[in-house]
Design a binder for this molecule. Structure first.
Ligand SMILES: Cc1ncc(C[n+]2csc(CCOP(=O)(O)OP(=O)(O)O)c2C)c(N)n1
Length: 376
């Protein structure tokens, strides 16, 4: 299984082409405190962060221009998302990781290899949207081939579901883990406690990696008004769960924190809680205006400056990479807007998966329950 998900060929990337003209031998690694990443990996992460930001900014523009009616996403969470997506073991079935995501995880999905256009198709509500056929909110991904379970708008339910896939993985054997992601406000819901509890039952500890992206706000509610001033990660203590906090705006620290947490879950077959402190650079969603917030740290700008200062990249290459990402996002929008919308006829299509053991809806269920039964 690949250690890093990076499906695109390196030679098509403006981010790597600059090396043809110069050597990076003198820049051995990019450091943050005691931790470091190879230049190669740091540039891969940076490029995926640039692509994610370009997609998010284009998505916000779509919501403001009327090409889409609602936006929610993760500008400010790129470092955490990309480091997650690159380290997921993607595939179908219990040998691979299961993902119960949040609605701010575009960066993780792009890093795993999702084409930008599939995000745009959902945002623009096109029937070509492979996640929901144009029926769900943006960022509500579903990819059976990669064990990405449908994202729920109802926050935190993913935390109640996660121990289920993890239990199945533990029974199956191997190193597959279950990744579940959610915001800090959602941890006030009982579903979060359910995850802590059901992942630690005596004799049934399961490999769930809980990632809480703490952006300090639940829509407009300040975290300090709803919780004692303690890390969410401390909630692991009474359950005996291993936990860590990390500066989610620092991709180097975040990469290693995720690496440690994933190794622990894969090998020990036990849960881990990682709290990642992130920024919220465009407010909650388009419903609150999605204006750029300027008083929060920008993980992309910070990492970019570090790479430049350390001599790993130059400003010209940065500009090229950004232009390439913007063009990729623009092309995705142009293409998606030519594609058809869903029709009334397929409202009920794919409501339930076919099931040979379902007595109520056997076979391929494609209609509403009892629709014809009560017709006179
Ligand atoms: C069960 C439930 N309650 C309330 C909402 C409305 N709601 C949508 S997003 C949100 C805030 C969630 O905040 P947080 O968990 O910190 O995640 P963030 O959006 O900040 O990433 C709320 C309350 C919801 N979707 N589901």
């Amino acid at each position: 299984m690949p250690e890093v998900n990076d499906d695109e060929p390196a030679e098509t990337s403006a981010g790597l082409s600059w090396r043809r003209g110069r050597t990076v031998a003198e820049v051995a690694a990019i450091r943050s405190g005691r931790e470091a990443l190879s230049v190669e990996l740091a540039l891969t992460i940076y490029r995926q962060m640039v692509r994610t930001r370009a997609l998010e900014e284009r998505s916000i523009k779509m919501s403001k221009s009327g090409e889409a009616y609602f936006w929610i996403g993760g500008p400010g969470e790129e470092a955490t998302n990309v480091c997650l997506g690159l380290q997921v073991h993607k595939g179908r079935g219990p040998a691979f990781d299961y993902l119960h995501l949040h609605y701010r995880n575009a960066g993780a999905m792009l890093a795993m290899g999702m084409p930008m256009i599939d995000h745009v198709r959902q945002l623009a509500m096109r029937v070509t949207d492979p996640h929901s056929r144009g029926r769900n909110f943006v960022g509500h991904y579903c990819v059976p081939e990669w064990n990405v379970l449908p994202v729920s708008s109802v926050i935190e339910v993913q935390f109640a579901q996660a121990p289920g896939t993890a239990l199945m993985q533990k029974r199956h054997g191997g190193e597959g883990l279950t990744l579940v992601v959610g915001g800090e406000a959602g941890t006030s819901e009982g579903d979060f406690e359910t995850c802590l509890n059901w992942s630690t039952r005596p004799g049934y500890q399961v490999p769930v990696l809980m990632v809480v992206t703490n952006n300090h706000y639940g829509i407009s509610t300040d975290l300090n008004t709803i919780r004692v001033n303690r890390p969410i990660a401390d909630r692991a203590i009474p359950y005996g769960i291993e936990a860590e906090t990390v500066d989610g705006n620092d991709p180097i620290a975040t990469w290693h924190a995720i690496d440690r947490a994933m190794r622990y879950c894969r090998r020990e077959r036990k849960p881990f809680l990682l709290e990642s402190y992130v920024s919220r650079l465009h407010g909650h969603s388009s419903s609150s205006g999605a204006q750029r917030v300027w008083d929060q740290s920008d993980p992309l700008a910070l990492f970019e400056q570090k790479l430049i200062d350390d001599g790993a990249i130059d400003t010209q290459t940065v500009a090229g990479m950004k232009a390439e990402a913007k063009a990729e996002a623009d092309a995705a929008v142009v293409q998606a807007m030519t594609e058809p919308s869903p029709t009334a006829e397929d409202v009920s299509t794919f409501t339930y998966a076919p099931s040979s053991v379902d007595a109520v809806y056997p076979g391929d269920y494609t209609d509403l329950p009892g629709r014809n039964r009560f017709k006179v």
